[in-house]
Write a protein that binds this ligand. Structure first.
Ligand code: ADP
Ligand code: MG
Length: 710
């Protein structure tokens, strides 16, 4: 990888000695570029700063003052409070940091600080800062740093806003405080900005079209903005760069999957597709028709299909998959449908056989539990080509199942499979077209950012006549009543799920547990009904047995943790109770709720939680049944980091600047630009692409060559 001046160790910059370099390294700042990209996390506009004389109890303020005196105050409860009295031209006020006595070592008398937080009454007005920023070191301290005369904060005494009227706050650490970052930036920014001009890969016309500033100008603005709005606009530029490089990586994965191996041009005779249309007990929704058109177009093109189908629970992904599979069969190929569990595979096989009754299409079920001669015969039918459709678990493609001519592979509940399993399909020879299905709706921009290597189809419409699940919020005081109601339903022949956040009780968590409550429900509330317990520690074959018994109606109530099978249809299950609902993510609650009311009776979901009414998450949950709306709310409430953590199972996008909610509009343009670049120059080997190739390698290192997304 070619190095540029910005790759120099940060130690070569002004004001950085070996010790400081070490402290910076601990924050991940190793090179000059790292420092340049260490941009403020917060901006405060001087005009929103409240003069100390006007600070009042009950306000939430941002204020600036010089520390007059300070100290640690012990309290009777043993809590130690750091207090500092600050003053400005208008007055003085006390700031208090309960439980942070160590601040006494960091803040000095004479320091100019910015504080943000609520104003409480405690022997008078008191700010309790959520955040504080050291704007300028005490004058005595500055005199000892004579070597740094070009430091703007070290010259004149009152320096309320080191960079114009906007206060910038850097992410800092105990060893590298705010004011050090300000000083380092002041000393080095000019040189850093001159170097980064060589990283500008976007032509002016492209920047104009996207409304983005030039790169060095954007970084300049981020470090010293004229206004908060300017900083936001500059941040968009860095967000675009991140999204673009991620899309570039994904575009290369996509290229490998779809272009390097020729796709199959499926010939459509309509023979089977027409017959299925005629025999289907319902008409397709508008969304199903639209999505099928996208899939047919992919399959008819010489480029391999690599498409994701997103649709909420119950939106009808199975019929879509079936039509696509029939197109493959019409064209003389076989198709495979993979599900994450045997039960789901069996459900699919059963339904598909029903849909295809009377059509000359052999359907084979291939699951691990089938053994001996039956298994051998099933495999032989797939290998010989008599079986046109094969349904099974991932064993279907992983093991040495031979297909006579596999043309299309459909993966259901793709979030349960790894990216590698999907890519393994692309390695088969000949490589089938791939359709992955997901019942975890996420906003379109997010789906594009995460799965840029796939094309996206969305089923955004439910079949007509669905009776929505009624959702009710309840408090702990309603519990007895809720379970009485559930018991009544059991007595009427309905089935129920009761979901708990944990398997066992533990001292610290004070949560209701599946094990304890199972015993209580079995012996008391639901006495006389068959009740079973299901959780992650139940052995796989026992779990399987329980699910089958529940499906058959032999078990009436299932007490469970979140292991309840995704995608399984139990028509008799009409009611679900979720305990300690505050412990579940919004999208997770939605997935759980999708398990009830699959029959024609309509469902009921009761969530029991201490602060149910006060929780925005639970209110959103009760208000809407739309998975996409729920996902968007979840993202908004939890923020991107947590959302990824929970939903993407360790997926790290490494996005620092791009925020999907704020910058979602940039994902599409970033993807288009990346794809057209890769389509024209797959290895990015041309001279004019040398720069983006370097940037890609810089960001993704070894992974830049291959997949590594996910
Ligand atoms: P999911 O997207 O959750 O996999 P399914 O494919 O299992 O949804 O469909 C849910 C139910 O809706 C099934 O019983 C299916 O037969 C039915 N269904 C699918 N499409 C339609 C439609 N267009 N009209 C009426 N019912 C439909
Ligand atoms: Mg499904």
């Amino acid at each position: 990888m070619s190095l540029t001046p910005l790759d120099k160790p940060v130690q070569f910059l002004k004001g950085v000695g070996p010790r400081r370099a070490e402290s910076l390294a601990r924050m991940g700042i190793l090179t000059a570029r790292d420092l340049l990209y260490h941009v403020p996390r917060r901006y405060d506009d001087a005009s929103t700063i409240t003069p100390l004389s006007r600070v009042e109890v009950g306000m939430d303020v941002t204020a600036v003052g010089v520390v007059r005196n300070k100290g640690v105050v012990p309290t009777r409860s043993g809590l130690r409070i750091f207090q500092a009295v600050i003053r400005d031209d208008t007055g003085i006020i006390t700031c208090a940091w309960p439980g942070q006595p160590w601040l006494d070592r960091t803040l000095r008398v004479g320091d100019r600080i910015l504080v943000t937080g609520p104003v409480k009454f405690f022997h008078g007005r008191q700010i309790q800062p959520r955040e504080h920023t050291l704007l300028a070191r005490a004058p005595a301290e500055r005199r000892t740093h004579t070597a740094i005369s070009d430091n703007p904060t070290a010259t004149s005494t009152p320096d309320p806003a080191p960079h114009g009227t906007i206060f910038v706050s850097y992410p800092a650490s105990e060893h590298v405080p705010q004011w050090i970052f300000r000083r380092l930036v002041a000393q080095n920014l000019g040189w850093l900005l001159r170097q980064v001009r060589g990283d500008e890969y976007l032509p002016a016309a492209a920047r104009d079209a996207l409304g983005l500033p030039e790169l060095s100008a954007a970084l300049d603005t981020l470090h010293r903005p004229a206004s908060v709005d300017h900083a936001d606009a500059a941040r968009r530029r860095l967000a675009f760069d991140e999204l673009f490089l991620l899309q570039l990586l994904q575009a290369r994965v996509r290229h490998r999957a779809t272009r390097e191996r020729p796709g199959i041009v499926f010939e459509r005779s309509n023979r089977l597709i027409r017959a299925l249309h005629d025999s289907l007990p319902f008409t397709l929704t508008g969304a199903q028709v639209r999505v099928l058109r996208e899939i047919y177009a992919d399959m008819a093109s010489p480029r391999r299909m690599n498409r994701m189908l997103q649709g909420d629970v119950g939106s009808g992904k199975t019929p879509v998959a079936l039509f696509a599979m029939l197109l493959a069969v019409e064209g003389g190929y076989q198709a495979a449908l993979m599900a994450p569990t045997e039960i789901l595979a069996e459900q699919h096989a059963r339904r598909i056989r029903e849909f295809l009754a009377g059509l000359p299409v052999g359907v084979e079920l291939l699951v691990g539990s089938a053994t001996g001669r039956r298994r051998a015969e099933a495999r032989a039918r797939v290998a010989g080509g008599e079986a046109r459709l094969a349904v099974g678990t991932h064993a279907l493609i992983q093991e040495d199942v031979e297909f006579a001519a596999l043309g299309l592979a459909v993966i259901d509940e793709q979030q349960r499979f790894g990216v590698r399993q999907r890519l393994a399909l692309a390695e088969r020879d000949p490589a089938p077209d791939v359709l992955v299905m997901s019942a975890t709706p996420i906003p379109r921009s997010l789906a594009m950012a995460l799965h840029g290597d796939l094309d996206l189809s969305v089923l955004d419409e439910l079949p007509p006549g669905r009776r929505p699940v009624t959702t009710r919020l309840a408090g702990p005081g309603d519990r007895a009543e809720v379970f009485r109601e559930v018991a009544d339903r059991l007595a009427r022949g309905e089935q129920a799920y009761v979901v708990y956040p944990v398997i066992e009780e533990s001292e610290e968590a004070r949560l209701r547990s599946a094990e304890t409550e199972y015993e209580r429900l079995r012996d008391e509330d639901f006495a006389g009904h068959e009740v079973a317990l299901l959780h992650g520690r139940v052995a796989a074959d026992e779990k399987d047995r329980i699910m089958r018994a529940f499906l058959a109606g032999e078990i009436r109530a299932l007490v469970a943790t979140t292991v309840i099978e995704v995608g399984i249809d139990v028509p008799g299950a009409t009611v679900m109770v979720i305990e300690n609902a505050e412990r579940f993510g919004l999208s997770q609650l939605h997935q759980l709720r999708g398990r009830v009311g699959r029959g024609d009776r309509g469902g009921l979901c009761v969530v029991i939680s201490d602060g149910a009414a006060g929780s925005e998450r639970l209110r959103v949950f009760a208000r809407t049944a739309d998975g996409f709306e729920i996902a968007a709310a979840d993202l908004r409430i939890r923020g991107q980091g947590d959302f990824f953590g929970a939903e993407q199972h360790g997926h790290r996008t490494g996005l620092r600047f791009a925020d999907i909610l704020a910058h979602g509009d940039l994902v599409g343009p970033a993807r288009d630009r990346a794809r057209s670049l890769v389509d024209a120059d797959p290895e990015l080997g041309r001279d004019e692409n040398a720069l983006v190739r370097r940037l890609l390698e810089q960001r993704y290192g070894d992974r830049a060559g291959l997949f590594g997304v996910g």
